[in-house]
Ligand binder design. Structure first.
Ligand code: C5P
Length: 218
């Protein structure tokens, strides 16, 4: 099979990760979780102890950290300077700080360049994030924008990390506001993206719909 890039964007808790991984496994493609890259940089920034509002120092850490991320949809891992950080990057400290780090233009420029390299190298890949269809891979073969009601998104996240729904709902709302109002590459639906509301849909139904869309596009 030839080159095929699928861009999956949308707000937090819209089901992007599970759906993207399953789609990639199903079509024999690689999988790239760009959120994990922003999270790993954030972990390094927090560990370095620098001030999160000091954009210049944040960008410096981002430029120096040796970030590695796997693209196997069946099991991928992230390391920062050789340390496995898969668990740490999902914790409340990183989740609370990641949107601030991801808003720094120099951090985005760096990670977007890395992401484009990985996409070019993989050839067949499902990439999930906030700006994949709009910025990272504007020539993707299929762009989808997953949404879901705020209630459905909070309920899904809470089930994943056992946090109270109200706390999760507040955190998602906070991150969505930061992610969609930042100046550099905000969360946005690409003009040629297919919007899919996943409220009330099961994972298998969403994946099946995306496979249909891919088939339609040849
Ligand atoms: O997808 P996930 O929730 O892991 O992403 C964590 C954060 O990383 C988002 O809230 C957003 O601030 C940032 N992000 C981004 N651009 C991407 C992917 C993630 O700004 N392509």
């Amino acid at each position: 099979a030839g080159r095929c890039v699928v861009a999956v964007d949308g707000p937090s808790g819209s089901g992007k990760s599970t759906v993207s991984r399953r789609l990639a496994a199903g079509i024999g493609a690689r999988y790239l979780d760009t959120g994990a890259m922003y999270r790993a940089v954030t972990w390094s920034v927090l560990r370095s102890g620098i001030d999160l509002t000091d954009a210049e120092s944040v960008a410096k850490v981002a430029g120096e950290v040796d970030l590695r991320i796997g693209t196997d949809p069946h099991g991928y891992g992230v390391t920062a300077d050789g340390v496995g950080v898969d668990v740490e990057i999902r914790g409340p400290e990183v989740t609370g700080a990641v949107s601030a780090v991801a808003a720094v233009p120099a951090v985005r420029a760096l990670l977007v360049a890395r992401q484009r390299e990985m996409i070019a190298h993989a050839g067949r890949i499902v990439v999930e994030g906030r700006d994949i269809g709009s910025v990272v891979a504007p020539d993707a073969d299929l762009k989808v924008y997953l949404t879901a009601s705020a209630e459905a998104r909070a309920a899904r996240r809470s089930a994943e990390d056992a946090t109270e729904v109200a706390v999760t709902a507040a955190d998602l709302a906070r991150r969505d506001t930061l992610d969609s109002t930042r100046k550099a590459d905000p969360l946005a639906m690409a003009a040629d993206a297919v919007e899919l509301d996943t409220t009330g849909l099961g994972i298998d139904e969403v994946v099946a719909r995306l496979r249909e869309l891919l088939t339609e596009r040849g």
